[in-house]
Design a protein around this ligand. Structure first.
Ligand SMILES: *Cc1c(COP(=O)(O)O)cnc(C)c1O
Length: 394
């Protein structure tokens, strides 16, 4: 191994250890669910994106097992060679129907979808207008494209409009935003953003990863939540959160958009096709997400109960309705200390600290699921209560 490279990496790791600290993955035993085995102790899990609890749904798992038996593990080929199976096409149709688009195309992940969409659709004469808090995969995908990039302050419609007004020379403008932002759990002001897009003849791309399956009467996402289902030009999303928590991403939109991606999008063309059993599982998850609105009702009731309890305990909770509940614990290592204390109380949550969020905006992110029972929720509230008391006494 080259000593010059190794020496530099070791020095940088040492620097990182001394300043921000090194990340250490939490190693979990057993399956995803409302509780997780960590070091033998089951913790009540408020840290996964399994909003509808479908990762452990028996129908989802049975369908995947059957597909694994019938179709095998992997296809050892890309989609454009001999990797495409009937179930891939069925899943693409299922996604398009869920979100109200003409068509959809699968990727290995939403990260891949976001890496592959911008360069394929835009060129150097185009301008991308991107929210400052957009997901890392959107930021990277935009960097890979030849279009020029303008970043507007998070949710700042006035700045977005100024950017639109002074990019009139562009061939196309594309507004890019998360549907639900993962740090604050806030939902994009879609009616206003769509209206700006219409007025300035711009296209709109929404990454709905935290909203697909979760928001809207049938789980179609942010657009359905606002009565605008099917009106987003380009929608990207994941199968790794509410829709079973497996893996996979997609882009949905007009036939011309999807066909263009199939022809030229590099992370679609130059990678292995999705494991067919995963596609089958996602298709089952979509059917359940659409057909059982009571899962979203339970999720909303669980979220609203826990939000209320945390507020009553005196915690600063950012307002909102999404199952992401940001509990603000500003300054220093408070958020990290509280997360550690909660873990000792049997509740798994993660602290978000600088530089993931700005200094002074440190928080714990609590993520609620329809699979949480009253007992899980009460255990969380009681643990937050005891930690609050200990904080007040110290
Ligand atoms: C989780 C997430 C992704 C990544 O999705 P994967 O399918 O896990 O790659 C992309 N965008 C947003 C907004 C996300 O929240």
């Amino acid at each position: 191994m080259n000593a010059t490279l190794l020496d530099r990496l070791r020095a940088e790791l040492e620097q990182r250890r001394a300043t921000a600290g090194l990340r250490r993955d939490l190693v979990v035993s057993g399956a995803q669910g409302p509780t997780l085995g960590v070091g033998g102790e089951p913790l009540v899990n408020f840290a996964s994106n399994d909003y509808l609890g479908l990762a452990g749904d028996p129908e989802v798992l049975d369908s995947a097992q059957e597909a694994l038996r019938d179709l095998g593990l992997g296809v050892a080929a890309g989609r454009v060679l001999c990797g495409t199976r009937t179930v891939h096409s069925e899943l693409e149709a299922g996604i398009a129907e869920l979100v109200g688009a003409e068509d959809a195309v699968l990727y290995s992940s939403c990260f891949d979808a976001n890496l592959g969409v911008f360069d394929a659709l835009l060129g150097p004469d185009d301008v991308i207008l991107s929210d400052a808090l957009n997901h890392a995969s959107l930021i990277d995908g935009i960097r890979l494209a030849q279009a020029r990039r303008r970043v507007f302050a998070h949710a700042d419609l006035d700045e977005l409009e100024r950017c639109l007004a002074d990019s009139a020379e562009a061939r196309h403008r594309l507004i890019v935003t998360d549907g639900v932002f993962s740090m604050d759990g806030d939902v994009v002001a879609l009616p206003q953003v769509s209206e700006l897009a219409r007025r300035y003849d711009a296209a709109l791309l929404v990454d709905d990863s935290h909203a697909t399956g979760v928001l809207g009467a049938t789980g179609a996402g942010t657009a359905e939540h606002f009565g605008l289902k099917g009106r987003i030009d380009v929608l990207t999303g994941t199968l790794g959160k509410a829709l079973g928590g497996g893996a996979g991403g997609f882009v949905a939109g007009s036939r011309a958009v999807v066909e263009t991606l199939r022809q030229v999008s590099r992370p679609y063309i130059f990678t292995n096709a999705m494991v067919p059993a995963l596609a089958v599982a996602a298709l089952t998850a979509i059917r359940i997400a659409r057909g059982r609105p009571e899962l979203r009702e339970r999720l909303a009731a669980n979220t609203s109960w826990l939000r209320g309890e945390l507020r009553d305990l005196g915690y600063e909770v950012l307002p909102g309705e999404h199952p992401i509940i940001p509990v603000m614990l500003r300054g220093g290592t408070l958020a990290r200390d509280v997360a550690a204390a909660l873990r000792r109380e049997g509740v798994l949550v993660f602290a978000l600290s600088h530089p993931v969020v700005p200094a002074g905006e440190e928080r714990i992110r609590v993520q609620v699921s329809a699979s949480h029972t009253a007992e899980h929720l009460e255990r969380a509230a009681a643990a937050f209560g005891r930690v609050r008391t200990a904080l007040a006494g110290s």
